[in-house]
Design a protein around this ligand. Structure first.
Ligand SMILES: Nc1nc2c(c(=O)[nH]1)N[C@H]1C(S)=C(S)[C@@H](COP(=O)(O)OP(=O)(O)OC[C@H]3O[C@@H](n4cnc5c(N)ncnc54)[C@H](O)[C@@H]3O)O[C@H]1N2
Ligand code: MOO
Length: 414
């Protein structure tokens, strides 16, 4: 069945998958890079493959405190010296001898194994081995983690804690990383007030900008808060036009829907921009606008706070990620039984807020939270996952398996 003939498909609403394909299809990664010290490189995207300038471990060494021996030797061995981490034993282990050794110390010449000290009987300057020794036992071979010249870290990797450790372990002090896209964001709506003001009847605090700032903090971008704009076409148009000169991505919230005060589509045109997409078969997030203004990609997110989260995570984040040159990723999705029946109107792909938890048998299950309105931020804060219900679904019965997308900042490479 073609999608246009699908009776569950809402006419005029673009499926999320199609929208994402269209958005990502047009975006090419920003080409420029810069060198940064490793201690500033956390979260940045590596601009090219890096090769290991040395093997890791750099030299063969002991994995345990004990005695460096020749595995073929048996019986009582004479201790001829000590190998410390940072201070090698200068001699050689010959037949019938061994060297006292500590974890991380270079394995002395002649030795091919380390026996843990708990497994020997020491008497004066001798030890006796109580069991046969395997060659290579408790030995960390030079290059066993990475050979010199092997790929240390690949292009497009987001540098995380372990990566920074690996770079330092290999003696790399500066790394080439992609330039961070500049992302401007503003909220729109006459009802919005800053946190410094007392609310008059009908007014609300501008929460979306705070949430957006938090969402952007998880990405390697330079985020620029452009404040709150009133429902005024001229001012919105001017804001978009000016901001587009200085940003790679421009995000607004509110004014994306069909009411008379929903001015962002008109403002985009007034600013010389163009609309590529409007209205998705997505709940929450239906009124999303995607387009271009100047050199900036534009996302007009709906005003409802939960819709902001869902559209940012499902569309804006992958788009920004592509601009950063990061490796492609897919969100982690799990199949998990749902503890209760769920109802849903067919027509839009739905992201319900849920909690993954263990049931009394220790099995992972999910429960949808009460408060599924797209204004209900408190329920979003209690959630630890989305329950993803397909567009054509009419819901599920208790115990049925559903697709769950856990909240995580981890990205999973394809
Ligand atoms: N007749 C129709 N009405 C609506 C439709 C529709 O298809 N037909 N769609 C609904 C859906 S779905 C959504 S989502 C909203 C989104 O509309 P807008 O993008 O135009 O957003 P606003 O109307 O400006 O605001 C919606 C809601 O969110 C509050 N808001 C806005 N900005 C902020 C902010 N910065 N911080 C906190 N809260 C904010 C605003 O006060 C409204 O309550 O439209 C439905 N309507
Ligand atoms: O799409 Mo709206 O975001 O359902 O409330």
């Amino acid at each position: 069945m073609t999608s246009s003939a699908d009776p569950c498909r809402r006419p005029g609403l673009v499926p999320l998958e199609q929208a994402l394909k269209q958005i990502l299809g047009g975006i090419v990664p920003l080409p420029d890079d810069e060198w940064v010290p490793v201690h500033d490189a956390g979260g940045r995207i590596l601009a090219c493959d890096l090769q290991a300038p040395m093997p890791l471990p750099a030299f063969t060494n002991a994995a345990m405190d004990g005695y460096a021996v020749r595995a073929q030797d048996r019986g009582r061995l004479k201790i001829i010296g000590t190998a410390w981490a940072g201070k090698a034993f200068p001699g050689r282990v010959e037949a019938g001898t061994c060297v006292r050794i500590f974890t991380g110390a270079p394995l002395p010449e002649g030795a091919d194994a380390v026996v843990m000290q708990e497994q020997v009987v020491r008497e004066g300057d001798t030890v006796s081995l109580s069991a046969p020794v395997r060659p290579g036992e408790n030995v960390r071979r030079a290059g066993e983690d990475l050979e010199r010249g092997a790929v240390l870290l690949p292009e497009g990797k987001r540098l995380q804690a372990a990566d920074l450790g690996l770079l330092a372990a290999a003696g790399v002090s500066q790394v080439p990383v992609r330039l961070r896209p500049r992302v401007g964001f503003f909220s729109s709506g006459d009802e919005l007030r800053p946190l410094t003001e007392t609310l008059q009847p009908g007014q609300i605090y501008d929460s979306n900008r705070y949430a957006l700032k938090g969402l952007l903090r998880e990405l390697p971008v330079v985020a620029c808060d452009l404040g709150a704009q009133p429902d005024d076409l001229e001012r919105l148009g001017a804001c978009l036009r000016l901001a587009a000169e200085h940003t790679d991505v421009l995000i607004s919230t509110g004014g994306a829907s069909v009411g008379e005060a929903d001015l962002l589509r008109q403002a985009l045109i007034l600013a010389g921009g163009e609309i590529h997409l409007w209205r998705l078969a997505l709940k929450p997030g239906k009124p999303l606008i995607f387009g271009r203004v100047g050199r900036a990609w534009y996302f007009g997110l709906p005003g409802n706070p939960v819709s902001v989260h869902v559209t940012f995570q499902q569309l804006v984040r992958p788009a920004i990620w592509r601009l950063t040159g990061g490796r492609p990723y897919r969100p982690l999705r799990l199949q998990v039984p749902c503890t209760q029946p769920l109802r849903k109107e067919p027509g839009r792909l739905e992201f319900q807020r849920g909690r993954l938890h263990y049931d009394s048998d220790g099995k992972l299950v999910v429960t949808a939270l009460s408060g599924q309105g797209s204004h209900q931020l408190a329920a979003l804060c209690r959630a630890n996952c989305y329950i993803v219900l397909p567009a054509d679904s009419r819901g599920v019965s208790a115990g049925e398996t559903v697709t769950v997308e856990p909240f995580t900042t981890d990205l999973f490479d394809d």
